[in-house]
Write a protein that binds this ligand. Sequence first.
Ligand code: G3H
Ligand code: 13P
Ligand code: ZN
Length: 312
Amino acid sequence: MDYKDFGLVNTKRMFADALKNHYAVPAFNFYNMETLSAIINASRNTHSPVILAVSESALKYMGPDLLRGMIWGLNLSPNDNIALHLDHGSSFESCVTAIKLGFSSVMIDGSKLPFDANADLVKTVTEFAHQYDVSVEAELGTLSGIEDENTQSTTSSYTNPDDVVNFVERTNADSLAIAIGTSHGAYKRKSDNEELRFDILAAVAKQLPDFPLVLHGASSVPEHFIKTINEFGGQLTNARGIAPDQLRRAVQMNICKINVDSDSRLAFTAGVRQHLAQNPENFNPRDYLAAGRKNIYENCLDEIKNIMQSGK
Ligand code: G3H
Ligand code: 13P
Ligand code: ZN
């Protein structure tokens, strides 16, 4: 199935426009009808492009047929500016599977491999994907935290700006995720004073002046969701995200895709916990799932406006 039959687009034109106009395209992860509809409605109501990100474990959770049915049901056209993206693809085969399912963009994550092995892997993926006009994201440098339910890295290494030109030329990747101090999950910083490594970002952007850079692990972990979760029975202590002003600063320095998953998880959990605690007699999943969905929708609207600056 060709992604164009779904009315999807790849990320090339979105990123060119984002770079030119200094905004970031949001990549929001989804894994069911509620998360997908919240993200799409936020995108439609702000006229923002959006990248629908699906991890390998989310693909397994939904199943390929249901996932394709939901994308089909969105009735998209290229004017909607929506990409369907494999997040943290772990192998060439995984990227091929996604492309055959109708994904318009894939990430091949060789970030834990040595430089040469990472570059070789990305090259095999770009050679395949570009035949189908599918865009490819690669990663150089490693983030800490949980990237997939199967992998958790405890170490991180910043991207070396001296490597990036060689890597992009060798691989023909369409965008590059870099490590400048973000990490996956809800526990990103020990104190409010910790800053991203803008010196590294500036050096990378200088080497690759017109090239789309990507920030993973960029949830801002809104305090009000943590407060609500903890108020209604949760136990999330010391959760801390990336401050929105730091993300906005990164957007002005060629970051044109910002990945957000944890914020939606927190938004959803806060809505469900609050609803169930306040309505102990209720056992209708549509009611508490709607509360979670509403929170994700509102948070996506907020981030599109105040972090990504991608709405019209
Ligand atoms: O960065 C990756 C996402 O947060 C995916 O997590 O594999 O649990 O869906 P997941
Ligand atoms: P967060 O855990 O910060 O939401 O990061 C999500 C991500 O990078 C998905 O690829
Ligand atoms: Zn990620």
